[in-house]
Design a protein around this ligand. Structure first.
Ligand SMILES: [Zn+2]
Ligand SMILES: [Zn+2]
Length: 286
C-alpha cells in the first residue's frame, strides 16, 4: 500500500529545511544594525550553519548532495564564521560523556537549551524538539518513541459503525459471536496532507470482522481510537486494484472476510489479534 511512511526520513529533512528557512527569515527581520559583527555580516542563529559542517563531514562521500545543499543554503554558509562559533558555544549547557556538547539530530548542531525526552533519553535543542512535536508529530525523530497522539491523514468525514452478530468465526466457536465493523468514506477532494492536494479522491466502504471475545472487544476499542486519530485509512494507491487517489488501508490490518484463513484476509488466524495490537501500538495506540 502506498502510504506516507511514519518513518520517512524526508519528513525530518523537510522539517530541517523549513526550520532553517524560518530562523533565517526571523533573524533577517530581527537583526538591527547593532547586531552586525566586525565583518559587517549579520549574525545568524547558529543552527543556520549546519549545512557548512555537514558538507565537511560528507565531502568525500557525496559531492552531488553537497552541491545541492550549498546551492539552497548558500546564504547560511556565507554568514557563518569561527568567531560566531566561539561566542555561541558558551550557550551550551549539557555535554556528553566525552565532554563534547551533545548534537541535536534535528538541526545537526550542538544542543542549545537542551531538552531530554523522558522515555527514550534522546536530547535536542528545546526549540527544535518543541517545533518538531508541534508541526510534524510527537515522536522522537531518532528512535520513533511516541510522546502523544499522532494524527494520521485519513479524511475527516468518514464513519465507523459496528454491530454484533451471532455468527461464529472459525477458531472462535466459543465466542459470543462476531463484531462486524463498517467503515464508510464519501468521495472528496485531497488536502495538503495528501499525495495530490486539490485533486479528487474516491471514497470507500469496507467491512471488517472481529471475534466477540474479551480480546476482540479490546481491539475494537483500539480501532475506534485509531479511527478518531485518523489512522485507519489514508489516501493513496489501492493495493488490490492499483488505482491511485483512493481511500485505502493504512497498515492496520483488518479481516475483511469471515473465513478462508490468512490468504483470504479471513479466519482462522490464531495470531491476528496480537499482530493487529502490535500494529496499533506502532502508531501509539495502546
Ligand atoms: Zn537543534
Ligand atoms: Zn528517542
Amino acid at each position: 500500500m502506498a502510504t506516507p511512511s511514519e518513518q520517512d526520513p524526508s519528513v525530518l529533512g523537510g522539517f530541517r529545511r523549513g526550520l532553517r528557512r524560518v530562523w533565517s527569515q526571523a533573524y533577517d527581520k530581527m537583526a538591527p544594525e547593532k547586531d552586525r559583527d566586525k565583518s559587517g555580516e549579520t549574525r545568524r542563529h547558529p543552527h543556520s550553519a549546519d549545512v557548512t559542517r555537514r558538507d565537511h563531514r560528507h565531502k568525500s562521500k557525496d559531492s552531488s548532495h553537497k552541491h545541492n545543499s550549498k546551492s539552497t543554503d548558500s546564504s547560511a554558509e556565507e554568514n557563518y564564521d569561527s568567531n560566531n562559533k566561539q561566542n555561541e558555544s558558551k550557550a551550551h549547557e549539557n555535554h556528553s560523556e566525552n565532554g563534547e556538547p551533545e548534537r541535536c539530530a534535528i538541526c545537526m548542531d550542538d544542543c542549545i537549551k537542551p531538552k531530554r525526552l523522558n522515555k527514550c533519553g534522546h536530547q535536542f535543542c528545546t526549540e527544535c524538539i518543541d517545533q518538531y512535536f508541534n508541526s510534524v508529530k510527537p515522536q522522537c525523530p531518532c528512535c520513533f518513541t511516541i510522546y502523544g497522539d499522532i494524527r494520521g491523514t485519513q479524511p475527516d468525514n468518514g464513519t465507523m459503525k459496528f454491530i454484533r452478530t451471532k455468527h461464529h468465526l472459525p477458531g472462535y466457536e466459543k465466542s459470543n459471536g462476531t463484531i462486524q465493523i463498517t467503515y464508510f468514506f464519501p468521495n472528496g477532494i485531497q488536502d495538503d496532507r495528501h499525495p495530490n492536494p486539490g485533486r479528487p479522491y474516491r471514497g470507500t466502504r469496507r467491512e471488517a470482522y472481529l471475534p466477540d471475545t474479551r480480546e476482540g472487544r479490546e481491539i475494537l476499542k483500539l480501532l475506534q481510537k485509531a479511527f478518531e486519530l485518523r489512522q485507519v485509512f489514508t489516501i493513496g494507491q489501492s493495493r488490490t486494484t492499483g488505482q491511485e487517489n483512493v481511500v485505502t488501508w493504512n497498515d492496520i490490518h483488518h479481516k475483511t472476510h469471515y473465513n478462508g484463513g490468512v490468504e483470504n484476509f479471513g479466519y482462522p488466524d490464531s495470531t491476528y489479534l496480537s499482530r493487529v495490537r502490535q500494529e496499533l501500538a506502532a502508531k501509539g495506540i495502546q
